[in-house]
Design a protein around this ligand. Structure first.
Ligand SMILES: [Zn+2]
Length: 125
């Protein structure tokens, strides 16, 4: 359950940041997840909900995931292409295996949104 520890790490960061910024309730957490990170969005959502339901800070939080395609630069033909097959690292344009992955390994917290503890009340949204 690689996704559980990932989500725990992300929530720890949000928790630290929230306490520094007087955030009492987190509404949204946005993650960027590359396809090569091997983290499955469904499992991330599952882990997120399982952990969040027990914690007031995150109880109403929504997890948003932006998936990044795998992109590679080919050293043979100099083209950048999207790599569709993650199990064969071959340039889709020329078939060379001399490629460098330039995108797709990402896995990070993009941002989160929350509400401050004090100053609660409607703001006419
Ligand atoms: Zn190539």
């Amino acid at each position: 359950m690689h996704e559980f520890s990932l989500i725990e790490g992300v929530l720890n960061m949000v928790r630290d940041s929230a306490s520094q910024n007087n955030i009492g309730k987190v509404n949204r957490v946005k993650l960027v997840v590359g396809r090569l990170s091997m983290a499955l969005p469904d499992s991330l959502h599952f882990a997120f909900e399982a952990i969040c339901k027990d914690e007031d800070l995150f109880r109403e939080a929504i997890l948003e995931i932006e998936e990044k395609e795998i992109m590679c630069d080919c050293l043979a033909c100099q083209r950048s292409s999207e790599l569709k097959d993650i199990y064969s690292f071959i340039c889709p344009a020329c078939g060379s295996n001399r490629i460098e992955i330039t995108q797709g390994r990402e896995l990070y917290l993009d941002y989160y949104e929350g509400e401050e503890v004090n100053g609660a009340g409607s703001n006419g949204g």
